[in-house]
Design a protein around this ligand. Structure first.
Ligand SMILES: CC(C)(COP(=O)(O)OP(=O)(O)OC[C@H]1O[C@@H](n2cnc3c(N)ncnc32)[C@H](O)[C@@H]1OP(=O)(O)O)[C@@H](O)C(=O)NCCC(=O)NCCS
Length: 187
């Protein structure tokens, strides 16, 4: 295989044949905290956010709960196994994505995009009119990436009570709230 640079189209096309996205099952839960830990390594490149790489990740129990009652997908790479996940829950106004994480070795190959596509199809099939999430402003693989995928950053006046509460809880949990934003993609 020839790898043509970060995000190279031919690598993406090659991997598209080797990746399958499926609903997560309970057996996957043990693998997912380590995948999120690995995914966070990318934050070592981000000024002032390096500590995210050593921050807590969703626990196995939280994964089990989201697999049982929420929305949970994994990406499996042929010959390698599960390398990424997305989880969230359906709320009255949106499918809210709680976490997307791709193992550091597989980032930049379109797997995150494929997981978000899967969440989007799930939302549409269930009559849900938008996707929402919270993320870091201006970090290249967060806010600008989601904007390229069709998400809009919400002004404070347009957050609504649910997303305001999510951001507030993140602040209480120690995330730098000035660097966080909520985003919505209408479907
Ligand atoms: C965000 C994340 C899930 C994206 O998954 P992925 O499989 O790498 O995503 P894709 O390959 O679909 O796209 C990666 C995008 O990030 C950008 N990107 C990735 N690393 C980058 C870097 N170091 N510098 C600049 N841009 C970067 C790429 O340009 C690409 O955008 P594009 O497709 O519009 O060109 C993955 O980077 C990750 O696990 N990050 C750590 C956890 C995280 O931030 N989760 C999101 C919480 S809201």
């Amino acid at each position: 295989m020839t790898v043509i640079g970060h995000g190279g189209r031919s690598l993406r096309q090659f991997l598209a044949h080797m990746i399958s996205i499926r609903l997560a099952n309970e057996r996957d839960a043990t693998l997912l905290p380590e995948i999120e830990r690995s995914s966070g390594e990318i934050f070592r490149q981000s000024d002032g956010l390096e500590w995210i790489a050593d921050d807590d990740v969703q626990s196995e129990a939280q994964h089990r709960a989201l697999i049982a009652t929420g929305v949970a997908f994994v990406a499996e790479l042929e010959g390698r196994g599960v390398v990424a996940f997305l989880n969230g829950e359906v709320t009255p106004d949106a499918l809210h994505i709680w976490q997307v994480a791709v193992h550091r070795d597989q980032q930049g190959c379109g797997i995150g995009r494929a997981l978000i596509d899967a969440a989007q199809h799930h939302a549409i099939r269930h009559g849900v009119s938008s996707l929402t999430l919270t993320t870091f402003r201006k970090v290249p693989w967060n806010e600008p990436y989601y904007q390229r995928l069709g998400f809009m950053t919400l002004d404070h006046g347009h957050l609504g009570a649910r997303l305001e509460a999510v951001l507030q809880a993140e602040g209480q949990a120690g995330l730098p709230i000035a660097r966080r934003c909520a985003m919505r993609k209408p479907l």
